[in-house]
Design a protein around this ligand. Structure first.
Ligand code: ADP
Length: 224
């Protein structure tokens, strides 16, 4: 609750600052002082955008998610996530290779939240990948402790996760990226758990690279 309140308290004045800086950036004067002021205004704008993104992510983490569940096939969810991550995948020069098991049961999920979780994972994988490499997306059925799950795995060809980093991955604000905020995995795990599922991180067994596995419970059979 405190985090959510604090986030709003930060976002409101930030909106005011943003508007003021945009006004400054619009000055039509051409003198050196005006040009310097315009450059500074652009720098401030992009820093504001970073704070804004961080606080919005924090808000997603702090809020109870109250998923709006609907029964869905797995493939459309994968499509939505790839669409959401498209520009990041293109920037990294990576391609997706998808293998979906036949006759997968449906899941009961909030498509918006699951898209967010999966696209976070795809973006991370893209950021860890060298240009020209692939991200393998696998969807299979899995039994765990007598319960049925859909397993969605993302395997990349990046450097993998160092052993000392592995236990810290799901800690809020843990990041190894210069401009990271360390909330993506925490939020994705939060989303998985709100659906009665889970999110696991490990290194691939078959090759170099990291593997993230999202487990979602199979939808209960329709009641007719
Ligand atoms: P951020 O992306 O802002 O760093 P995340 O919570 O999404 O926040 O990720 C936390 C850290 O986990 C990353 O900084 C990185 O060190 C590690 N990580 C996540 N995905 C991968 C991956 N596919 N390969 C290697 N390391 C990863």
């Amino acid at each position: 609750e405190v985090t959510a309140k604090l986030a709003h308290e930060i976002l409101n004045p930030l909106a005011g600052i943003k508007a003021a800086v945009q006004l400054l950036a619009r000055t039509r004067d051409e003198g050196p002082a005006a040009l310097a002021a315009r450059d500074t205004a652009h720098v401030i704008s992009s820093e504001i955008a970073r704070v804004e993104q961080l606080v919005r992510r924090l808000l997603t983490y702090a809020r109870p998610l109250s998923p709006r569940l609907q029964v869905s096939e797995v493939v459309p969810l994968l499509d939505l996530a790839s669409d959401a991550a498209r520009s990041e995948l293109a920037r990294a020069g990576v391609t997706l290779e998808r293998r979906v098991a036949e006759d997968l049961p449906e899941v009961e999920v909030d498509p918006v939240l699951i898209t967010q979780a999966l696209s976070n994972l795809l973006i991370n994988a893209a950021q860890a990948s060298a240009s020209g490499s692939r991200i393998h997306v696998r969807a299979d059925r899995r039994e765990l402790d007598g319960n049925g799950f859909i397993s969605i795995r993302l395997l990349d060809e990046g450097p993998g996760i160092a052993p000392e980093v592995l236990p810290k991955l799901f800690q809020p604000f843990f990041t190894t990226k210069p401009h990271g905020n360390g909330l993506g995995l925490v939020i994705s795990q939060h989303i998985a758990r709100e659906h009665g599922g889970s999110l696991f991180a490990r290194n691939r067994e078959d090759a170099r690279g990291a593997e993230f596995e999202l487990l979602l419970p199979v939808a209960p059979p329709a009641a007719n």
